[in-house]
Structures are given as structure tokens and as C-alpha cells.
Ligand binder design. Structure first.
Ligand code: PEP
Length: 251
């Protein structure tokens, strides 16, 4: 059956020293508590090696926030999936709305990134979600289905089974405006039915679908109680150990 996962997305925050301190704190907090979910932190590229050195991979997973859409070579400034895997990281966030919006990521480039992540043994946390206008004009179900289809439906069922999805309504990211638990559940059930239509019910039932967008300790339990919400991708609240652990402990 699918896993419950709480994953932090640190974005472009913290110096290396601050990041290492935060990772240590989260690692220690997890060691001292019994959790009902897998816990992952996705950190800036510069932080991967030093953070890998201070965490116990049995209690805390590590991921990057992006990877290159090429294997290697003359792509100045890029970081490849194999480089990420060589740090000990096991996850990579792909298709975050900030990358789609500010860096022009398309389904085409995302298909390359997903393939390279999988080829290097990384678990993609693949983000999808509608903007406010699409929520308001009622096209959000189609928009999100298209993002899943275009970004992932070239995969075999076996490879699709290695993907974690994160539904992140763009209007809820960093805005303090959370989707209601009902809105999240409706969309997650919709996504699962789209997956079932392509790969069958078993694959759909085994796919972890996380919710992201202003998730915090005060609303996590209600969101995670929904049957199709399998955890969260956490931005702002992942930068404070107590808040992040409050979300982890909502399971
Ligand atoms: C995110 O960017 O993935 C996110 C969910 O951010 P926040 O929790 O800050 O809304």
C-alpha cells in the first residue's frame, strides 16, 4: 500500500551552516519520537552533502529541489540527477510551480528530468496544481489531469509506481491560504481516478499523493485525515523544526 510522507521544501532559504543545524534538529526530533509517516527534507544543492553527513537516512530522507534535464556535459550551472544521487539523496522535487512559472519548465523538459531521476534511482516528487484563475473558472480538474498526463503518462506502469505526486494549488503556496480539506480530497480523488484510467486501480491505489500549500501544524491533521491525502509537501513551515514536527506528528 502507499506510504504516508511529509516532505519539506526548503526552497532558496538558509545558509549551509543554518541548514545543517536545522537538519540536525529535525533528525534528533525524529529519533526521539515515533512517527506514522516517512519524513524527507528537500534542500538546496549546496546543502546536500553536508546535510547527508549529519542525518540518519533511516529516520530522515534527503532530496534536492530540481535536477537538470540532461545527463551531463556542457550545461554550465546545472546539477544532474547522477550528481544528486551521488550525495546520498534519494528524492528530487520536479515541476514545482515556481520552476514552471519562473524558469519556464514545460511538460517536455519535465519528462526528461523524470526519466533521468528514475534512471539514477531518485524518487521524483512531481508537483502539479492550478493557478487561481483556473480554480475560479472551473478548469482546475482538467488542468491538473493534463499536467499528470503530459508529464508522466509516457512512463511504464512499473516506473509510474516509483513516482510521488504533490498536488499544490498555486494560489495556496506561500499565501497563507490553504485549500480546504474537502477541496484537497476532491482533487486527490480526481488525480487517483485519472491514474486508474491509465494504469489501473492497483497502481492508482499505490500512488502517494501529497498536498502542498500553506500546510501548517494547525491544519495538517484535518488534511491528512482525508482518505486520498497521503501527506504533505511543506514550504514555509519546514524551516522551523517545531512547525515541521507538528505537521509530521499530525499523522
Ligand atoms: C511549496 O512551495 O511546496 C509549499 C507548499 O509552500 P508553502 O508551504 O510555504 O505554501
Amino acid at each position: 500500500m502507499r506510504k504516508n510522507i511529509v516532505a519539506g521544501n526548503w526552497k532558496m532559504n538558509t545558509t549551509v551552516a543554518e541548514g545543517v543545524a536545522l537538519a540536525k534538529e529535525v533528525n534528533e526530533a525524529l529519533k526521539g519520537s515515533k512517527t506514522n509517516c516517512d519524513v524527507v527534507i528537500c534542500v538546496p544543492f549546496t546543502h546536500l552533502c553536508p546535510v547527508a553527513d549529519v542525518i540518519d537516512s533511516n529516520v530522515l530522507g534527503l532530496g534536492a529541489e530540481n535536477c537538470a534535464d540532461h545527463e551531463k556535459g556542457a550545461y554550465t550551472g546545472e546539477v544532474s540527477a547522477s550528481m544528486i544521487a551521488s550525495t546520498g539523496a534519494g528524492y528530487v522535487i520536479l515541476g514545482h510551480s515556481e520552476r514552471r512559472q519562473y524558469y519556464g519548465e514545460t511538460s517536455e523538459t519535465l519528462r526528461e528530468k523524470v526519466a533521468l531521476a528514475l534512471a539514477n534511482g531518485l524518487t521524483p516528487i512531481f508537483c502539479i496544481g492550478e493557478v487561481l484563475e483556473e480554480r475560479e473558472n472551473d478548469t482546475f480538474n482538467d488542468v491538473v489531469a493534463r499536467q499528470v498526463e503530459e508529464g508522466l503518462f509516457n512512463l511504464s506502469a512499473e516506473d509510474f509506481g516509483k513516482i510521488v505526486l504533490a498536488y499544490e494549488p498555486v494560489w495556496a503556496i506561500g499565501t497563507g491560504k490553504t485549500a480546504t480539506a474537502e477541496q484537497a480530497e476532491d482533487m486527490h480523488a480526481h488525480i487517483r481516478s485519472v491514474i486508474a484510467g491509465k494504469y489501473g486501480q492497483e497502481v492508482a491505489d499505490n500512488t502517494s499523493i501529497l498536498y502542498g500549500g500553506s500546510c501548517k501544524p494547525s491544519n495538517a491533521a484535518e488534511l491528512f485525515a482525508k482518505p486520498d491525502v497521503d501527506g504533505g509537501l511543506i514550504g514555509g513551515a519546514a524551516l522551523k523544526c517545531a512547525d515541521f514536527m507538528g505537521i509530521v506528528n499530525a499523522f
